[in-house]
Design a protein around this ligand. Structure first.
Ligand SMILES: Cc1cc2nc3c(=O)[nH]c(=O)nc-3n(C[C@H](O)[C@H](O)[C@H](O)COP(=O)(O)OP(=O)(O)OC[C@H]3O[C@@H](n4cnc5c(N)ncnc54)[C@H](O)[C@@H]3O)c2cc1C
Length: 581
């Protein structure tokens, strides 16, 4: 989808990798699990290379429901290990990534008292079956009580509470008056999953220096004598990387990567899930800032979730072929509208309010006749060999558990390399979560200490956006010469929440190769429906200046983003008018 063009000047890790195409560990796949494993290995001083065929965090990790959650519904599948680990990790992430992971109040509307209570034990035993019956209040109460027990760790999040119909409707008056109860509990939200992953990646690169090289737009396409052949997506050039161990963290594409390496596997059985993002202020207000998490008429657990002034609605769970791209279909949109109507019957939703759609494939294990919603969400590590080089393939792995999963995977690698772990990632702050000012007074102090002449509200905004790594943006936009170069903090003409210098800094510092890397993952401009043709043109001009794109490349990048937004995200920006580079 992205235009093929010469190598961009900010791909220094690629140049370093070409100069020294060896490492102790090669990690294939730069989703959150590959990135977290890269960071953990780099922290141990292991020479590690990460290759990602698209942009970092552009696979399943960009398609999540943005929940850092214990997974209360996995209790139904008997997945107590996973729920326990997830709750511990959720609480841990609230502490080590407080800039991006926050407690999230979650309310479940309940329409019956007892249904589901009889069928649930059967599911514990068999792990498979068709359509579940609606989960009644009694079952949800049992689940939440167990969940509270897992969550008891000194109060990261409060315990659950139940309300009867009258109080529930007084609490959330726009909810369906047919409900019998609501249950409210806490999980956690990650408003910017892509930014968390970029922080984790940055930690790894900083920790490892020239022994931690991460390259995007570089695909593992084959193998030769124990080495892995990679292909530069921009130039089409290939070269071989040798490593002592190869780790396959290609998510839903794990089998396809193994097949490309000549070691076919049948580990995976991913399912597709879609979301829509609505610009509907009435719905935002009706949720009172809470995630509404409930069971739809078909037994699927779905959500209505206010994020960034919009409302995200999801999700579906449909068997999918990872060799094909997935998109959110019109049937899925109808399904989402139907579920909003079920819970908020008086709030009108229609297609004109959709500002973004997205879809991804969950990297689930092969599941034969188990219904998609009941496939295990737990992960495992599979051993193999590639012409004498040991390989480890990751099967499964949620966003929530990425730190613990990376720790397990790293331990497996360290054991095979005969290297001792020297650093634990448990409790180690992530990126801009380091020295996070936790209360208002600390925040005010941080802002005045780091403003460097910028207005306090702008510094607040950058702190919110990047955590304490905002100092890097502040330094870039206030550097001597920034004003003369036109990369100071001058707001963009078409979006005053971002500045020219901030965009230029993101392009330079965060391995932006294509325009969509910037618009979909370094910023959330696309997610909130904030893009216009004029803004695209303005941002492309900044990227072009930083990356040395000529006018033809700049135009091709804009056209590629317009096509991507239309085909994959249901966003129509129409004809592009360009001002020239
Ligand atoms: C609809 C949906 C909702 C979800 N909601 C949640 C949630 O709310 N909370 C939660 O905890 N989890 C959630 N998940 C699960 C979670 O998003 C994923 O399990 C997790 O992101 C997987 O990360 P990963 O790094 O293993 O895989 P991915 O993010 O898919 O990363 C794999 C990467 O490998 C790359 N790759 C593939 N082949 C090659 C190759 N040959 N060479 C180089 N690179 C390659 C891909 O481009 C991709 O970027 C959800 C998933 C989906 C789809």
């Amino acid at each position: 989808m992205s235009p093929s063009t010469p190598t961009s000047p900010n791909r220094s890790d690629l140049a370093a990798l070409r100069a020294r195409p060896t490492a102790r560990v090669l990690v294939i796949g730069g989703g959150i699990n590959g990135i977290a494993t890269f960071r953990d290995l780099a922290l141990q001083g292991v020479d590690v290379v990460l290759v990602e065929r698209g942009d970092f965090v552009s696979g399943a990790s960009s398609a999540s429901s943005h929940m850092v959650h214990g997974g209360i519904r996995y209790l139904e599948n008997g997945e107590f290990r996973l729920v326990n680990e997830s709750v511990v990790e959720r609480n841990g992430l609230i502490r080590i990534a407080p800039h991006y992971v926050k407690p999230l109040q979650t309310t479940v509307p309940i329409f019956s008292t007892f249904s589901g209570i009889l069928s649930a034990p059967l599911r514990f035993v068999t792990h498979k079956q068709g359509k579940p019956k609606e989960r009644g209040a009694a079952l949800i109460k049992v689940g939440l009580t167990i969940y509270d027990t897992f969550s008891r760790d000194g109060g990261s999040v409060p315990r659950h509470r139940f309300l009867g119909r009258r109080k529930a409707l007084a609490d959330l008056p726009k909810m369906n008056p047919g409900l019998k109860y609501t249950a409210t509990y806490y999980d956690a939200s990650m408003h910017d999953p892509e930014r968390i992953a970029l922080d984790v990646l940055h930690d790894g690169v900083v920790a490892g220096g020239d022994r931690a090289r991460a390259v995007n737009h570089l695909e593992a396409v084959g193998a030769a004598g124990g080495a892995v052949t990679v292909k530069d997506a921009l130039t089409g050039e290939t070269f071989d990387i040798t490593a002592d161990i190869v780790v396959n963290t290609s998510g839903p594409w794990t089998d396809l990567t193994n097949a490309a390496l000549g070691t076919p596997t049948t580990f995976m059985g991913g399912t597709k899930g879609s979301h829509i993002v609505l610009d509907n202020p009435e719905l935002v207000a009706a949720t009172k800032g809470r995630e509404i998490f409930f069971e739809h008429s078909d037994g699927r657990i779905v959500l209505i979730y206010p994020l960034k002034g919009r409302v995200m609605v999801g999700t579906t769970d449909i068997d999918a072929d990872p060799s094909q791209p997935v998109v959110c279909t019109e049937e899925e949109v109808d399904y989402f509208f139907d579920l909003v109507k079920h819970v908020f019957p008086t709030i009108a939703v229609d297609r004109s309010q959709i500002v973004y759609r997205f879809s991804g494939i969950r990297p689930l294990p092969r599941h034969d006749d188990t219904a998609p919603g009941f496939v295990s969400r737990d992960y495992r590590i599979e051993e193999g060999t590639l012409g004498g080089t040991p390989t480890l393939s990751l099967v499964g792995g949620k966003w929530t558990t990425f730190r613990a999963l990376a720790e397990h995977l790293t331990n497996e690698v360290l054991q095979r390399l005969g290297v001792e772990r020297t650093v634990s990632t448990a409790g180690l702050a992530i990126g801009g979560g380091k020295d996070w000012p936790a209360d208002d007074a600390a925040r005010r102090a941080w802002v005045s200490a780091n403003a460097a002449g910028l207005p306090a509200e702008r510094v607040e905004q950058l702190l919110e956006r990047y955590g304490t790594r905002a100092v890097e943006t502040i330094a870039a936009v206030t550097a001597a010469g920034a004003a003369a170069a036109g990369t100071d903090d001058q707001p963009l003409v078409n979006d005053r929440a971002y500045s020219v210098g901030e965009i230029a800094h993101l392009v330079r510092a965060e391995q932006v190769v294509h325009l969509d890397d910037l618009l979909l993952r370094r910023t959330s401009l696309a997610f909130v429906g904030g893009l216009s043709r004029e803004l695209l043109d303005e941002i492309a001009t900044i990227a072009a200046a930083e990356l040395g794109w000529d006018d033809a490349r700049r135009t091709a990048e804009i056209e590629a983003v317009v096509a991507l937004l239309r085909d994959a995200h249901g966003v129509e920006l129409g004809v592009v008018t360009t001002t020239g580079a």
